[in-house]
Design a protein around this ligand. Structure first.
Ligand code: NAP
Ligand code: COA
Length: 273
């Protein structure tokens, strides 16, 4: 996956990392980079098939990985999964909360259950994961990274659920940073911009024309790559980031600087209906 050398490759030797939603997309990119740097990784997601494929890929790349089927909305299952990781690998150093849901829909075309599905996966799922992880974290030195989105601070039509959910995720980050900082557990959010070849981009910009509009709305005039996000997460999990805590770090080529109108119209989500 590496297309360019950024860091030397043993930054996380001896570390154990748990990544929710690690079976695909941006989170799989993060998982692969953490594994390549020596972390033993555990992937959580609903589809065991997807996890098995991801684990096989990491093993083929020389990494150590396990995949555990878990719906992050189910606290008991998440708690049991963390216990399984602890039993198999020992104390846990890194937790990435990446599991999320999204579909574009106007508020009037979104049922209460549709709104709830996304809020539950993103907000409750992040809370459940952090809460279940805490007992097993190697403290101090542990690093939690919650994967947010620009919708947390930029309103976007057809994204009422995601805007509410990711704002909630960032407030969980900041609250836990205050509560858990004294124990040495760092908690941060990472905000990916539009990342190429991901489910999120397929859902929000499904045509070549929409994709090109998104590119033109990014000051750097390109989409992000999964490795752009993975390298930022990697940095946050090393001692080089030991004073970065409770932060919301944006990695979007400058897209969010241009604000709501640009992002919404780039993705074709103008909200006129
Ligand atoms: P993705 O591949 O669909 O990743 C989402 C992952 O979450 C999947 O592996 C999915 O696996 C898992 N998941 C969903 N619901 C779950 C649940 N209830 N319990 C456990 N796992 C669950 O999408 P992506 O586009 O790469 O997005 C990854 C992250 O980046 C998300 O947090 C997203 O909000 C954020 N993000 C993406 C972009 C972008 O451009 N793509 C931009 C900003 C932020 P299962 O279906 O097998 O459970
Ligand atoms: N438009 C409007 N409503 C939609 C919808 C869409 N495109 N897709 C799903 N919904 C609604 C469903 O109709 C249902 O509401 P209802 O019971 O009132 O009919 C509700 O959302 C829940 O759907 P369901 O399929 O049962 O939820 P789920 O928990 O199995 O899946 C989703 C959650 C809907 C977010 C699903 O898209 C998913 O699993 N996404 C994960 C991957 C992803 O979204 N990746 C993108 C990057 S985060």
């Amino acid at each position: 996956m590496s297309t360019y050398p950024v860091f030397h490759d043993s930054l996380l030797t001896g570390k154990v990392a748990v990544i929710t939603g690690g079976g695909s997309g941006i989170n799989l990119g993060i998982t692969q980079v953490l594994a390549r740097h020596g972390a033993k990784v555990a992937l959580l997601g609903r589809s065991q098939e997807k996890l098995d494929a991801a684990v096989a890929g990491i093993a083929a790349d020389g990494g150590t990985a396990m995949g555990l089927s878990a719906d992050v909305r189910d606290y008991a299952r998440v708690e049991a999964a963390f216990q399984q990781v602890r039993d198999a690998r020992g104390e846990i150093d890194i937790v990435i909360c990446g599991a999320a849901g999204n579909f574009p829909a106007p508020a009037l075309g979104m049922s209460a259950n549709g709104f709830k599905a996304v809020v539950d996966i993103d907000v409750l799922g992040t809370f459940n994961t952090c809460r279940a992880a805490y007992t097993h974290l190697r403290k101090p030195g542990a690093s939690i990274v919650n994967i947010s989105a620009p919708q947390a601070f930029i309103p976007m039509a057809y994204q009422a659920h995601v805007c509410a959910a990711k704002a909630g995720v960032d407030m969980i980050t900041k609250t836990l940073a205050i509560e858990w900082g004294p124990a040495g557990v760092r908690v941060n959010s990472v905000v990916p911009g539009p990342i190429d070849e991901t489910e999120g981009m397929k859902r929000l910009a499904p045509t070549p024309e929409a994709r090109e509009r998104v590119v033109q709305g990014v000051p750097l005039k390109r989409l992000g790559q999964k490795q752009d996000i993975a390298d930022l997460v990697l940095f946050l999990c090393t001692p080089a980031a030991s004073f970065i805590h409770g932060a919301v770090l944006v990695c979007d080529g400058g897209q969010s600087l241009l604000g709501a109108g640009t992002m919404a119209s780039a993705a074709g989500l103008r909200g006129e209906k």
